[in-house]
Ligand binder design. Sequence first.
Ligand SMILES: Nc1ncnc2c1ncn2[C@@H]1O[C@H](COP(=O)(O)OP(=O)(O)OP(=O)(O)O)[C@@H](O)[C@H]1O
Ligand SMILES: [Mg+2]
Length: 302
Amino acid sequence: MNCLSKLEHPQLDLIHRGKVRDSFRIDPNTRMIVVTDRISAFNMKIKTPIPHKGAILNGIANYWFKQTEDIVPNHVIEQIDPNITLVKEAKPILLEMVVRGYLAGSMWRAYEKGVRTFSGITVGDGMHRNQKFEQPILTPTVKSATDDEISEEEILKSSLLSPEQYADMKQKALALFQRGTEVLAKQGIILVDTKYEFGFLNDELILIDEIHTPDSSRFWNAENYAANPAKAEQMDKEFVRLWLIANKKDGQYVDVLADDVVAETSKRYADIYQLVTGNEYQARTEALLKDIEQNLTKAGIL
Ligand SMILES: Nc1ncnc2c1ncn2[C@@H]1O[C@H](COP(=O)(O)OP(=O)(O)OP(=O)(O)O)[C@@H](O)[C@H]1O
Ligand SMILES: [Mg+2]
């Protein structure tokens, strides 16, 4: 299958290989983010890539970066290939600005065990799984191996950024979430929760990393949610997760997917792309690696 599992080239300087993306140094001010076709589920790396997932996620992120420029400037310089974006190197603020509209995912799992305070925010008793909050809440975490929660008070006491800078970042994160919620609602999608990363470019706060992609956010189908809120599942990964649950080996999840699961998952990403951007996903017709090389050459990188 014509997939991008990772990008390697003797002329490319890899700075970081995450679960999904490979990042390269172009020059001190420029970073190249390659969104591969890798997928993770249950926080586990899956060995089988999903055709088109990388191009779709890169396209979705860049759609949102454009859609939200009026709220906050961002790191995008140029998309030079369906899977690849050149971005401005920023000084990252080591926080993940998590915004949640609903009590779901890891927060629900902790709530169920009795936890009520999250990143310094206390939520009431008697809430149900996947219940909507009256107002979206911000539950920041520290960017580290363990992603620990951090409260606003702790952030303000830390030397991460000044109170004015934090207030600005908070306001922008909430405004981005509101924009995402409104735009997706028109397409029948609920933006359940997401995380933003910001950085400084000179002294200006900019949005970095990715925005409102299925990898950084949870999307629910609004109709499914209305029919049975507690059963709402992440639109993109529901299929993979159910399959993994049904196909455990010796009580463990397998890390290789069956062909039909791969095909269906790929199709679901293409559907999400169309719902989000309003455009049909156009797959490249050229051989993937050859085309990428050509685009890197055109951009003056190879
Ligand atoms: N414009 C930018 N300037 C500087 N750093 C950036 C920029 N955009 C993204 N980053 C950083 O690049 C890294 C991208 O890592 P990536 O998300 O691929 O993997 P990860 O966060 O280590 O792990 P995971 O795969 O679980 O997300 C993040 O640490 C992010 O903060
Ligand atoms: Mg990341």
